[in-house]
Design a protein around this ligand. Structure first.
Ligand SMILES: NC(=O)c1ccc[n+]([C@@H]2O[C@H](COP(=O)([O-])OP(=O)(O)OC[C@H]3O[C@@H](n4cnc5c(N)ncnc54)[C@H](O)[C@@H]3O)[C@@H](O)[C@H]2O)c1
Length: 466
């Protein structure tokens, strides 16, 4: 068998699993400033939505104050707004409860980070782009095809940069897989088998109790969770998808699945039922605080993470509800089948009921070899060569910067690429620009339409799926 450390390997430095917004700025982060490409005047940003993502991306300005300055904030929640103001010295006149008041003013920064909930992406993206702000926009771009198209056309018309946070495109392992495909080592790609294991408690947190539980208030599961994955498949395949079909359902998290005698909230549920429920909020949040963990997901449910405040949140807020008794309706598992130009095929599977959390598994079958990735965040990437029967293992730099280490370091690379583009608009650093992002979003909408209408959709000569 082939040896470790394939060609082009990069050493792993250190790894953390998730982005925690309350992470202190360490000495290592401060030191980054000295080693970054020094640029005398930092570009200025307004953060629209200072929740988990907005405050996370802002950390880049702590690390590289010579490249980026957080200069404004739009956030209705006082705690989050003042936290950002304090952290970055944002003047009072640049702090707003509502983004509409900021956009009314004469342009006062170079760019905006739009990190509002899914249904609040399109309006600020379009309004700020019309004013000439460059836009870093959280995924999904928007929740309808029309709105996605409007964002893209507005940014193009106003010559503003648009980078959508399909962060995984920037992940070193994803880039490494792309390099291997492009090298021709596995011949022509004929099939991709891609699984996104959401994780049983993660699904309960985000898609049963949390912000993405209900299509009418957020978006459908495939768009919310797997627009990343559809985008990766398009990136690796590098061809147009011609046909798409999809199936999926919501299983288990229904009122009919509620055990007899269970309470409406986990804290008031009879102990013989609560103890046997893997989705109990007590287990997911309270036990974790008792173990001293203050980060995600508990940081989402309470501004102050301690036993008293988390208990209060579970007694009164959405995260303490019984998983069989919420207003959730988004699917828990879905398969998408795609056929690309030339006949290559792909299957994407999203499933809630897994031990692993977002540890993507990928098999890419070529005419001369096969690529296997067991858990995207951790190397190695294995390549089996049909001729030599050797397996070569490639390492990819799995994550880099404390604080912005989310998605295997991709959060850091996403902001870095955008800030690079702000400083050097002629360079092509943004991998998640308007055209490829729109393509993969339109494919997500088509897949969902296929699921709902129970039919195969074909791409017509105008690039629309019908
Ligand atoms: N790229 C990724 O991998 C990734 C990961 C997680 C979430 N997301 C997306 O990022 C976005 C934000 O998610 P989050 O987890 O940070 O949510 P969050 O709830 O922590 O933050 C959203 C913030 O927007 C604020 N907000 C609401 N209305 C506003 C308004 N009118 N003006 C300004 N701010 C307003 C909310 O108060 C909140 O603080 C969502 O669209 C989500 O789907 C992307």
């Amino acid at each position: 068998m082939g040896g470790k450390q394939g060609k082009g390997s990069i050493n792993k430095k250190y790894c953390q699993n998730s982005l925690t917004t309350d992470e202190p700025i360490s000495d290592e982060m401060e030191q980054k400033t000295e080693t970054s490409n020094s640029v005398s005047t930092p570009k200025t940003a307004i953060v629209v939505g200072a929740g988990a993502r907005g405050s996370g991306y802002s950390l880049y300005a702590k690390m590289y104050p010579d490249r980026l300055k957080i200069f404004g904030v739009c956030e209705p929640r006082e705690f989050q707004r003042t936290a950002l103001m304090k952290a970055y010295g944002i003047p009072v006149e640049n702090a707003f409860e509502d983004w509409k008041d900021a956009v009314k003013r004469k342009k006062f920064a170079d760019c905006v980070f739009i990190c509002t909930p899914d249904r609040l992406h399109k309006d600020p993206a379009v309004a700020f782009a019309k004013k000439g702000y460059h836009v870093l926009l959280e995924k999904p771009m928007a929740v309808t095809e029309e709105d996605c198209k409007e964002i893209v056309s507005t940014c193009k018309e106003n010559h503003t940069l648009l980078s959508v946070c399909h962060v995984l495109r920037y992940t070193p392992w994803v880039q490494k897989v792309k390099q291997i495909i492009d090298s021709g080592d596995i011949g022509d790609v004929v099939n991709i088998n891609h699984t996104e294991p959401v994780g049983f408690w993660h699904f309960a947190h985000s898609y049963v109790r949390g912000n993405w539980r209900n299509k009418a208030t957020s978006s459908f599961s495939l768009l919310a969770k797997c627009c990343h994955d559809v985008d990766l498949i398009c990136f690796w395949m590098n061809k147009k998808c011609e046909r798409v079909s999809s199936f999926g359902n919501l299983s288990h998290f229904h009122k009919k699945d509620k055990p007899e005698g269970a309470g409406d909230r986990c804290l008031s549920c009879p102990s013989n039922i609560e103890e046997n429920c893997p989705y109990s909020a007590k287990k997911i949040y309270l036990d974790s605080v008792k173990r001293g963990c203050k980060s995600w997901p508990t940081s989402v449910i309470s501004d102050i993470v301690d036993i008293e405040n988390v208990t209060k949140a579970l007694q009164t807020g959405p995260y303490g509800k019984c998983v069989y008794d919420t207003d959730n309706d988004v699917v828990s598992h879905q398969v998408v089948n795609m056929q690309f130009e030339g006949g290559a095929t792909c299957t994407l599977q999203m499933v809630a009921f897994t031990q692993k959390i977002c540890a993507r598994e990928v098999k890419i079958h070529g005419t001369k070899g096969e690529i296997s990735v067991k858990d995207g965040r951790y190397p190695p990437i294995k390549v089996f060569d049909f001729l030599t029967k050797n397996t070569t293992e490639y390492e990819a730099d799995c994550c880099i910067v404390p604080g912005l280490s989310g998605h295997g370091g991709a959060d850091y690379h996403t902001v870095e690429a955008f800030v690079d583009a702000l400083h050097n608009p002629d360079t092509d650093t943004i991998a998640t620009g308007p055209d490829n992002t729109l393509t993969s979003h339109l494919l997500c909408f088509a897949a969902e339409r296929s699921r709902l209408e129970n039919r195969v959709l074909n791409r017509n000569s105008l690039g629309e799926y019908e």
